[in-house]
Design a binder for this molecule. Structure first.
Ligand code: ADP
Ligand code: UDP
Length: 235
């Protein structure tokens, strides 16, 4: 597959066209940002970890009936994926209180929720990804009702599969963000699943093994990413 010109450079990945109009190459960077890009840094080795972890998880999800954009891992940092039209919704699932949810509701972090929750943010940097509901998504033509239903169904399946999978690695899946896209009329899972986009706590010690270490200057950021990768047992 021939790599062609860069289509987009985001905060964590670069996206390249290929000679096949249906396929892209995503290239994961070590760059880290937080708080709407105000905090910037580097997490050495993150690109390779997030690339390989995402592909590992996407293979698992495919087996469990969730279609994904994954085509082929090309090397440590680069993966060939299906080119989708991203649905401009950040889909967030929570199992425990943390982050903006804990703050908004005046809760401590780490309280187990009575059931998993799902929320949407409108993916729009200028507006700082505002919280919206499915009625807003419909009213703004961001997705159809059928697409929202499919996205919701897949998102809860992703949660169930990943919660069990991470539990087996001694990790509690606190919350995560995923993105979906349209590929020839079908909704498929796109983007990434990594310590950048999930809150992952050690089940025993409750040590944070995710990007909160960077956001909150907790130290040992690289070690946390390495630890999650080590537990995945991919070599
Ligand atoms: P951001 O845009 O938030 O800075 P990234 O640095 O991760 O994020 O950039 C990757 C971009 O590529 C994101 O906007 C994401 O929605 C988009 N993307 C992810 N997977 C695909 C895909 N399969 N097809 C098209 N775009 C994708
Ligand atoms: N998240 C993400 N990208 C975003 C916003 C959130 O990957 O732009 C993830 C975040 O890592 C966490 C979950 O979504 O796992 C919920 O994040 P929250 O709403 O608590 O926001 P935050 O506290 O990160 O601002």
């Amino acid at each position: 597959m021939e790599k062609r010109e860069q289509l987009y450079e985001g905060k964590a990945k670069k996206v390249f066209l290929t000679d096949d109009p249906d396929l892209l190459i995503v290239s994961y960077k070590d760059d880290a940002t937080a708080f709407d890009g105000q905090k910037k840094g580097t997490i050495v080795g993150k690109g390779a970890i997030n690339n390989r972890m995402t592909n590992h998880i996407f293979r698992l999800l495919e087996k469990e009936g969730v279609p994904t954009h994954l085509v082929e891992e090309l090397n440590d940092r680069e993966t060939l994926v299906k080119k989708v039209e991203i649905v401009p919704l950040e889909v967030i699932i929570r199992n425990f209180s943390a982050g903006s949810f804990a703050k908004k509701l005046g809760m401590e972090e780490g309280i187990k929720l009575a059931c998993p929750t799902l929320e949407f943010s409108y993916k729009n940097d200028d507006l700082h990804d505002p919280f919206i509901n499915s009625y807003y998504a419909l009213a703004l033509n961001l997705a159809t009702q059928e697409e929202i239903d499919t996205i919701t169904k897949y998102a809860f399946t992703v949660n169930k599969v990943l919660r069990e999978y991470f539990a087996g690695l001694g990790i509690e899946l606190i919350d995560f963000k995923i993105e979906f896209g349209r590929y020839h009329g079908q909704i498929i899972l796109a983007d990434e699943v990594s310590p950048d986009t999930c809150r992952l706590w050690d089940k025993e010690t409750h040590e944070k093994l995710d990007k909160d270490r960077f956001r909150r200057d907790l130290g040992n950021v690289e070690d946390a990413y390495q630890e999650v990768f080590r537990r995945l047992g991919i070599q």
